[in-house]
Design a protein around this ligand. Sequence first.
Ligand code: GLC
Length: 510
Amino acid sequence: MKKKTVKKEEKLPIEEVALNEEPAMAAAEEPAVEVKPKKKLLFVASEAAPFIATGGLAEVIGSLSKSIAVDPDYDVRVIIPLYQDIRKEYRKDFRFIGNLFVPLSWRNQYCGIFEYVKDNVTFYFVDNEYYFKRPGCYGYYDDGERFAFFCRAVMEILGFLNFYPDILHCHDWQAALAALYLKTIYCHRPEYQFIRAVFTIHNIEYQGQYSLDILEDLFGISYQYRNLVEFDHCINLMKGAIECCERFTTVSPTYAEQIKDPFYSHGLDGIVRRNEFKLCGILNGIDPDYYDPATDSALFANYDAAHPQNKAVCKAELQKMLGLPVKPDTPIIAMITRLVSHKGLDLVRDVIEQVLRDDVQFVLLGTGDSQYEAYFADLGRRYQGKVVSVITFNSDLSRKIYGGADLFLMPSKSEPCGLSQMISSRYGTIAIVRETGGLKDSITPYGAGGNGFTFANYDAGDMLYVIREALGVYHMKEEWARLVHKAMLCDFTWSSSARRYVELYDSMLG
Ligand code: GLC
């Protein structure tokens, strides 16, 4: 039988390429080129760094997609809304590639598509000024409709681009509807029928809950599918995505166990347990180029594990900048956090004044619930020269704190993964964490030869005990230097976790 050879530039339909497995006989003048179709992966998410970021989700979308795109077998793309606040320096280079109209129940909405390629990843931005030309990303009365439009637009855009991914990887509740639309509406179309859906829970607390009355009228999902999304007499989009996807994941192995437990599940433990056979936990990583004390231009001076001396410069300059006394031997304990209760702020409130009796400085950066904002602002006023609370979010200052502090406190009640403990370790700022979720999977106790300080129970006294243990080690100069060195060298890159995602996708693709 004569075999077909594939010339460069000539495209074969996927089935034919797959059949063309045996080495082709090449004609002498036309060397054959093996064409192996790439596996197509699309991330659907509500934010992605560096374009727009309100938290860890964006960083994961930006850095994980980049790490997977290193794999030559994968064509990686990401789709997010085109918010007004998308960073200007990128936005000016976005390329308009077309527009279409998106059906959403009785609505028919304009949708523009912009494209930008970065680090081998193609990013798409969904434009609709009515929904997205507003400050910030979330917190509007019609968020349900905004993200329903976004998800429905994603499904329509696949057809418009003639790009049907092998894996549709949806992140958090804002992207949950993409998996639901795939399994309720689009899978009946031939081009969509082989798309597999993965859903990742970055935080089970935010589930996307709405009244059942609007299932058809707002989300455009037929009432016959109500069982998929109904939970506790409401629409629960996260539950719907868990039911619909082929696999679901969360952002650390420990959190994958914890969400089966009512203490952590925010009501969904029954649903998680029932779908446990398709769940796995994969620890997040950080982008080592983006967070590198050797090159970070926000730092007052650069340093690395082999030459850590300039960390002292970072500390002195930070103290100066914040109006703290410049004391090289006084440890700085830092927190960079959203000021919300699951971050363990009530533990801090219970014992911080006991900690402050020692020779320490305490620096807090973050915004959130007004009761915590007021508490920490007041603490700063009462302990001038010892405590500085900066009630805002500022990425430049956060880096200066990662660089200049000695200890990084993260006593979360629950923490799906957490990235700050990894960043602080890489900057030689030793983490003190509660053993929960990804904190437990990334920080191991000093006493057992680990890279930080940990406590198990959600208890202020236990936290105070390990803070004092850490302060004790801080004053043992050589021992501290060894610990800093060790923490800086921990591998928190994506390398092994990106491989685990690829293994997961590969297992789904057979
Ligand atoms: C959410 C989680 C956080 C995690 C991040 C990225 O913000 O609360 O723990 O690190 O998502 O997955």
